[in-house]
Design a binder for this molecule. Sequence first.
Ligand SMILES: Nc1nc2c(ncn2[C@@H]2O[C@H](COP(=O)(O)OP(=O)(O)OP(=O)(O)O)[C@@H](O)[C@H]2O)c(=O)[nH]1
Length: 314
Amino acid sequence: MTRSDAAKAPLTVIGGFLGAGKTTYLNALIREGIPENSLIVINDFGDINIDAELIDYRDDRMIQLTNGCICCTLGGTLAEQLAKAMRLKASPEAVLIETSGVADPARIADIARLSHRLMLKEVVCLVDGGQIDTHRRDPLTGDTWRAQVQSATRILVNRLSAANDADTLLSELRRLNVTAAIHDIGRLACSATDERSTEAPAVVRARALSHDATSSRGWQSASLAMPAAVKLERLHELLTDYGDVLLRAKGFVCCRDRQSRLLLQFSGGRLSSQPAPLRAGRCQLVCIGRAGERFEELISALSRLGQGEATGAA
Ligand SMILES: Nc1nc2c(ncn2[C@@H]2O[C@H](COP(=O)(O)OP(=O)(O)OP(=O)(O)O)[C@@H](O)[C@H]2O)c(=O)[nH]1
């Protein structure tokens, strides 16, 4: 490390596919203790940043970025925001960036290489062990997933116990990235409890975010505002039924019976819901999936559910 390097803030890039466990890992790092005035940058795939509400850190030291559309590159916006934050705020001792689940962390790490104030510490890639086999065969998600694994200096694998052949899967990761440290981190301390509810009629208006380029690349995302109470059972049913085209859903839903918000998570074909953090916030859901009629059908059904209408079967 040169003298000038010592004056730079170490940058940790936390990457990994949609739902791989980036936010869970970041929260674990925060709980364990990061330098007090660290700067945290969170980039989410939708046009609303759900992650920002899930991260337990000082608001004034967090930068939230959203991608109105997932095909947009991060580079310019992120570099600009970061440079601004480094100028305006007390110089951070460390910077941590949680990338969106469809980003290539290598491109974000490049920002540090070009910066006078940042020094790349590591690129961590979270991998859902239960999804390795799916991603390596999937023509849509495979390239993104592989790029994420290949750009890492440290690979953290969770949920490997759910996979049949852990050794083969770890070898696949090693084959993709021969230099990174690979750790099986098992289950991080995350309270994913499944608390289904059978109560309450439904929600609101939906706005599908479609973008030609997004669709043409095979991805599609949608944001739904959900200010009214949802029929949670039906919501669960829909998300599960359309699991073949739904890659990730997350957000907050209002539950009439509970008089509170639930955090809903769908990733790797698994669905969970749990009481949302106490701070007030809107009820909204973001979904990302395989572009096409079936995904649009899901979004319409969610939208109808949101308006309290009876929905058609999947
Ligand atoms: N069993 C288990 N579940 C996990 C683990 N890490 C994360 N999860 C669950 O997986 C879901 C997604 O976790 P997140 O940490 O939000 O994943 P993410 O990579 O930040 O998701 P995006 O930002 O949407 O791409 C949540 O329901 C978590 O509780 C883990 O180590 N073990």
